[in-house]
Design a protein around this ligand. Structure first.
Ligand code: FE
Ligand code: CA
Length: 502
């Protein structure tokens, strides 16, 4: 990549001059003096549709708005250029550029790069979605703790030819855990301000594997809690007790998240919220219904002095019909989408574990930060998954730092009730595994749990064709070895019209 980049740098500098001249804005966007590589954070793509996508970069080291040139080509050598133009990198957005591209032919790979003055970004590869594909390969990932492990799993993903990465949260961590060996350090205190969160995201993009993954594949992202602070719920802090202080921290964290993700410019709402629930369509084959289970949820039920998620033993509030995970609008949006579903596979993609997870402490014991803390909301979502238009519902999630394959039953309390959906939960990409005290008994106490591994990090590879989904749980051989490879921990299949796992 570097050799190619040097080779084309001269041609690009000339092209950049041409763009600046042609834009007529040469004086207001005069090429800045560059002390460092403005494209040190790399490039990314996301939000794929049949005729376009979003391209991202963030120009660093600049103190004013600049215009970045961009090129989109059919080939990696940029001989057959399809599009050129400029996009604003605004200082108020930390130099982030979110370029929404439309009007391209469907189902093709595209190569792109940005430039500023004589500086050229690395080359990114992305693709427009095919109009009616018969196969699709996705990766599901969550929970990447900088200190806990190398991000080697991304090399495996690139090697496997993944078409899109579903990153369902804990993209960054805001804190150290201090509970085991670390491979590297954040080197800074927990972020609080916008500059702090920008620095944390920038640190993440200095990871060669993560940066290469963004350049190689489109990411479809939605945050969970650690992008702000542990176990927050809507407008209630999970750590920060003072409400005004929490809302300031959340606003800073959300803006920094937006600035670093390949999201549509319109994802950042006027009030500072992010529009993260949305759909992606692979023709009639599959629809990803990406959910946001963090931004609109009501506080975890049954608090007992401690903030955030906790084990609750016997507490009626877990069945409060007024409690919500998705919020009213998103709940209605999900139900409408599933009621009108046209795809063979409905991939309902969200942050955590959806299935009931009975704990050993008491018959009704549950962890309050997952769907278990919101029983009535889960029942409503289950009713939506059961809509007649839904042929195959598959829940995809993460958060619990362990691999799970579950049968979602109409009534988890009745092992004879109908299986209405399959659930695939990915482990952490790089972090410690889940609490053994809670998970060691999970299979015995929860007959709907058909597979559980709480000993590996990794990600999930999903091969989707009309008559089945082949699932490959990819485990990282060692988080401590930066050259580690992945291996197949287990393979399972979901058959068309046969929800669940044997
Ligand atoms: Fe996590
Ligand atoms: Ca989480």
């Amino acid at each position: 990549m570097l050799g190619r980049r040097e080779l084309f740098a001269g041609a690009i500098a000339l092209a950049a001059e041409r763009f600046l001249a042609a834009s007529g804005n040469r004086s207001s966007f005069a090429a800045p003096r560059l002390a460092t590589d403005p494209f040190a954070l790399g490039v990314a793509s996301g939000e794929p549709v049949t005729d376009g996508f979003v391209l991202w970069t963030r120009a660093v080291g600049l103190d004013r708005d600049v215009r970045l040139g961009y090129e989109i080509a059919h080939d990696e050598g940029f001989r057959a250029i399809a599009r050129t133009g400029t996009v604003t990198a605004a200082a108020a957005r930390g130099g982030a550029a979110h370029l929404e591209v439309r009007g391209l032919p469907a189902g093709r790979p595209w190569f792109y790069r940005f430039h500023l003055g004589g500086a050229v970004s690395r080359v990114g590869r992305t693709a427009t979605l095919p109009a009616n594909p018969t196969r699709l390969r996705l990766a599901l990932t969550s929970c990447q703790h900088w200190e806990h492990g190398w991000f080697s799993a991304y090399r495996d993903m690139i090697g496997e030819g993944v078409e899109a990465v579903l990153q369902v949260g804990d993209y960054i961590y805001e804190k150290s855990f201090g509970n085991g060996p670390d491979v590297r350090s954040f080197g800074s205190p927990d972020p609080v301000t916008l500059d702090d969160y920008r620095a944390r995201h920038a640190l993440y993009r200095s990871d060669a594997d993560l940066s290469a993954a963004h350049a190689a594949m489109p990411f479809i992202v939605a945050f969970d809690d650690h992008e702000v602070e542990n176990d927050y719920a809507g407008d209630q802090g999970g750590v920060t007790a003072d409400r005004a202080a929490f809302l300031r921290r959340r606003a800073a964290a959300w803006q920094a998240y937006f600035e670093h993700m390949p999201l549509r410019p319109s994802a950042l709402r006027a009030g500072g919220g992010l529009q993260l629930y949305r759909r992606f369509h692979w023709g009639r084959l599959a629809t990803v219904h990406m959910l946001d289970t963090r931004q609109y949820r009501s506080p975890q039920p049954c608090p007992s002095g401690k903030r955030g998620g906790q084990i609750v033993l016997d507490c009626d509030a877990v069945r409060d019909p007024a409690a919500t995970v998705l919020g009213k609008r998103q709940e209605a949006w999900l139900d409408r989408g599933l009621a009108r579903e046209k795809s063979i596979w409905s991939l309902v993609t969200q942050q955590t574990i959806f299935s009931r997870l009975a704990l050993p402490q008491a018959p009704d014991a549950r962890y309050s930060d997952i769907w278990d803390g919101y029983e009535a909301a889960r029942q409503r979502a289950t009713a939506s998954l059961s809509r007649p238009a839904v042929r195959n519902a598959v829940l995809l999630g993460g958060d619990v730092h362990s691999f799970w394959l579950n049968n979602i039953r109409a009534d988890f309390g009745d092992p004879a009730s109908k299986v209405i959906a399959s659930e695939v939960v990915t482990s952490c990409l790089a972090s410690r595994n889940g609490p053994a005290a809670l998970f060691d008994t999970a299979r015995a106490l929860n007959p709907h749990v058909r597979f559980l591994d709480n000993a590996h990090a990794g990600y999930v590879l999903l091969d989707i064709v009309p008559d089945r989904i082949d699932i490959d749980l990819r485990a990282v051989a060692s988080l401590a070895d930066p050259a580690a490879r992945c291996f197949s921990l287990a393979r399972r299949t979901i058959a068309d019209r046969r929800p669940g796992f044997d």
